[in-house]
Design a binder for this molecule. Structure first.
Ligand code: PLP
Length: 412
């Protein structure tokens, strides 16, 4: 490489990833093929528009590529092209969500989503996000006692506020979502049901989480989290949506037009090519085993943490992620994450439901198993990881050597 400064950073970052335990639930480690294609010649090409309707010449292979990526996206979730349309152009999860609102909800009208502090995403209508500035956000949380979704309360809120669109799917909810109940709530007020499966899409593809496709009008997802692809996003639109029909809207056309020309310019073809590679991997039998192992690992990690006396939000996990209440042991989330990082254990601080502490120094840390599972770790290693976390947080022990040793046994 002719750029020593960047080369040095690349090496350092690769080394960091190799010798630290990545417990951030939204991160993963992509295959060599995904990396290779991400750095391919497709990055040189402009392809504004959609297959066979481009604004630039030279797009015969871009058309083929985007169509292949769409077909693989549908196949990964076992969807029929007669029922579902997919857009693979969104640059990332946030613009994908923004595009859905832009396409389906007139500015100023109501969208209903979970509060950030309860586990929702910024793009579900937070005040600092464009989604909360251009639309009126109706915000819901979880039940204070159970820390689970309270569907009766959601129904009441929806009936009172009559949102045009309801979002389900979160960044810090460790349990499963009942999509059928969400459908009933959305139908009661003739709202679109949008499921943002960014976090658990890989589990859906691998059959380790209920599919939202039986109930949703729209499904959005990032491609870089549990799906283990490049950074990017996709939007699935249900051609049979009754709400769209009732509103006189061609849902596929409306959302496609919102992505381009509504929000974006040329698609990142190298990203789309890499997503296509990842989606092929996601449909393979080995990925089913991977998805199941992610959940088994999260269960093993949470069981050991609970055994060691830690309080877990919602009592544990049936997904890939765990919310740990460290304030219950007199620590702050920030302190905990800083202390863990010094030992090579990477986790992020996170609010817990009804957090009495401020968001910049909340009560919890969020843990996830997708990246460690990609490295080949299983239940036995999760117990070890739980004990390392406990040693750092409870006894302030220096476990750097143990972390390095464990990492050395599982290649990135
Ligand atoms: C990660 C995430 C997003 C946003 O994705 P970016 O690629 O970071 O913009 C949106 N919604 C949910 C639920 C997410 O977890």
């Amino acid at each position: 490489m002719k750029d020593p400064a960047i080369e040095k950073l690349l090496k350092k970052e690769a080394e960091r990833q190799k010798y630290s335990l990545d417990l951030i639930p939204s991160e993963n480690i992509v295959s060599k093929e995904v990396l290779r294609v991400l750095g391919s010649e497709f990055t040189n090409k402009y392809a504004e528009g959609y297959p066979r309707a481009r604004y630039y010449g030279g797009n015969e292979y871009a058309d083929e590529l985007e169509e292949l990526c769409r077909a693989r996206a549908l196949a990964a979730f076992r969807l029929s092209p007669a029922k579902w349309h997919v857009n693979v152009q969104p640059y990332s999860g946030s613009p994908a969500n923004l595009a859905v609102y832009l396409g389906l909800v007139p500015p100023g009208e109501k969208i209903m989503g979970m509060q950030l502090a309860m586990g929702g995403h910024l793009t579900h209508g937070h005040t600092v996000s464009a989604t909360g500035k251009f639309w009126t956000a109706v915000r819901y949380g979880v039940d204070k006692k159970t820390e689970l979704l309270d569907y009766a309360a959601l129904m009441k809120l929806a009936r009172r506020e009559k949102p045009r669109l309801i979002v389900a799917g979160y960044t810090a909810y460790p349990r499963m979502i009942d999509f059928r109940k969400f459908r009933r709530i959305a139908d009661a007020v003739h709202a679109y049901l949008m499921v943002d499966m960014s976090h658990f899409a890989g589990l859906v593809a691998g059959g380790a989480y209920p599919t939202p496709f039986d109930y949703a009008d729209i499904v959005t997802t990032t491609t870089h989290k549990t799906l283990r692809g490049p950074r990017g996003a996709m939007i699935f639109m249900n051609r049979a949506s009754k709400i769209a029909k009732r509103n006189g809207v061609d849902i596929a056309k409306a959302v496609d037009r919102a992505v381009f020309p509504g929000l974006q310019g040329g698609p990142h073809l190298n990203q789309i090519a890499a997503a296509a590679v990842a989606l092929r991997e996601d449909a393979a039998p080995a990925f089913r085993a991977y998805a199941r192992q992610i959940v088994r690992n999260a269960k093993a990690l949470s069981a050991e943490l609970a055994r060691l006396g830690w309080r877990l939000v919602a009592g544990g996990s049936d997904t890939h992620l765990i919310l740990m209440d460290v304030a219950s042991q007199g620590l702050s989330g920030k302190e905990a994450s800083v202390r863990l990082e010094k030992n090579g254990i990477i986790a992020n601080m996170n609010t817990i439901p009804y957090d009495p502490r401020p968001p910049m120094d909340p009560s919890g840390i969020r843990l996830g198993t997708p990246a460690l599972t990609t490295r080949g770790m299983k239940e036995k290693e999760m117990k070890e990881v739980a004990r390392l976390i406990d040693a750092v947080l409870r006894e302030n022990r220096d476990v750097r050597k143990d972390v390095r040793k464990l990492c050395a046994r599982f290649k990135v």
